[in-house]
Design a protein around this ligand. Structure first.
Ligand SMILES: *Cc1c(COP(=O)(O)O)cnc(C)c1O
Length: 376
């Protein structure tokens, strides 16, 4: 592996906060934490190990490759790759490593049968389509599915799962209820053939607000990392005690005095209206600080919020620190989180997402994958 880093910024991951969020979500035994996409940018293995210590009995990953990494790290839980086994090599690996691959369409049954071990059952998860129109069997497919499975008695469904489309949107409660009923009906059919099959429907908003969807394996992702699915809705209080796990810092490279009328950065999008002190900070769009945030977000420096000014560059952003008494080269600027002075709030992934018209998931994935991570 090459040893260079492209940025002096750092992504700080607070694994104790992760464990606290996990325990806030209820009985660990009924939670299958979602740690796909490198645990939403927080790092697959450190997150999985912390949740293993906290009592997680199953994991939902994205790819078979992520599942393989968990096995290599010695984790023995049930592991479901949510994207399914894609290639024949994926199927072989999923079976060899005793992952729980998805059956999401009829072709998957043939693929599973082709690599099913002779001496033990192949545990699989049946993906049910209830309203996402993405992966999975519809209710009408179930008789044919059960019929095909009778031909392959070693293929053993141990989990039925489906995904809610809008459980975070109170105005879509009717759609969510319909999905819940749809899933219950499909599970009833599956359970006649496979009485032991566990059910998995709820995501983060459901873990916070819909106890009926917990079943045996609730699948929160965002809430583990501190995001409140109900932010900006009437149900915001349901997730108010979650703590952000990720924070992002970057050093101040230089502090510069500007005279009134001097402009900052590419395109002159900020011109100092008066004499201004600007800090140049080592973060930029290459490290997840979206260029669309130019002149629209704060940074936290020495505990206080200061406005970002001028275009966000690839590896640098500027902040107006005129209001701070003495900022120096080498001081720490916080892009997300960080220690706030009394009366000051850190910038959150939610705030950034709101400003950009996106969701905090995207901010976390980007920040976590572009900044070197350190673990607390
Ligand atoms: C990502 C994902 C989840 C977790 O969703 P959150 O909103 O982060 O809780 C659950 N199930 C499936 C199938 C997913 O893809």
């Amino acid at each position: 592996m090459s040893a260079y880093t492209v940025t002096p910024s750092r992504c700080h991951i607070d694994l104790a906060a992760l464990r606290r969020n996990f325990s806030r979500l209820g009985d660990p035994a009924s939670i299958m934490p979602v740690i796909k996409s490198d645990a939403y940018g927080h790092g697959l293995l450190p997150v999985a190990r912390a949740l293993d210590q906290a009592g997680a009995r199953r994991f939902a990953v994205g790819t078979v490759s992520e599942g393989a990494a968990l096995r290599e790290a010695g984790l023995g839980q049930g592991i479901v790759p949510l994207l399914g086994a894609v290639s024949p090599e994926d199927w072989q690996a999923a079976v060899a490593l005793d992952l729980t691959p998805l059956l999401a369409d009829f072709e998957d049954i043939e693929k599973a049968a082709a690599c099913c071990p002779a001496d033990r059952p192949l545990r699989v998860a049946v993906k049910c389509e209830t309203g996402m129109s993405r992966l999975g069997f519809s209710a009408e497919d179930l008789p044919a599915l059960l019929e095909s499975l009778r031909r392959f008695p070693r293929i053993t469904p141990v989990l039925a799962l489906s995904h809610l489309s809008c459980a975070d949107m109170p105005e879509e409660d009717a759609y969510t209820q319909a999905q819940i009923e749809h899933f219950a009906a499909m599970c009833a059919v599956l359970r006649e053939a496979f009485p032991g099959i566990a059910r998995s429907l709820g995501n983060s908003p459901a873990a916070l607000g819909l106890p009926a969807t917990r079943y045996e394996a609730c699948r929160p992702g965002l809430a583990l990392y501190g995001g409140n699915s109900f932010a900006n809705t009437a149900r915001e209080a349901l997730g108010a005690d979650l703590e952000w796990v990720m924070s992002v810092s970057a050093p101040v490279l230089r502090v510069r005095r500007l005279r009134a009328g001097q402009s900052v950065s590419y395109g002159r999008s900020f011109t100092a209206p008066r004499d201004t002190t600007v800090a140049v900070v080592a973060a930029g769009y290459a490290t997840g600080f979206a260029r669309g945030l130019s002149n629209r977000i704060d940074l936290l420096i020495n505990g206080r919020r200061v406005p970002q000014v001028g275009r966000v560059c690839m590896g640098m952003v500027m902040a107006d620190v005129s209001a701070l008494p003495d900022v120096r080269t080498g001081d720490t600027a916080w892009i997300l989180g960080g220690p706030a002075a009394p009366g000051q709030r850190p910038v959150t992934a939610q705030e950034m997402a709101d400003e950009l018209g996106t969701i905090p998931y995207e901010i976390l994935c980007l920040m976590g994958s572009t900044n070197p991570r350190v673990y607390l």
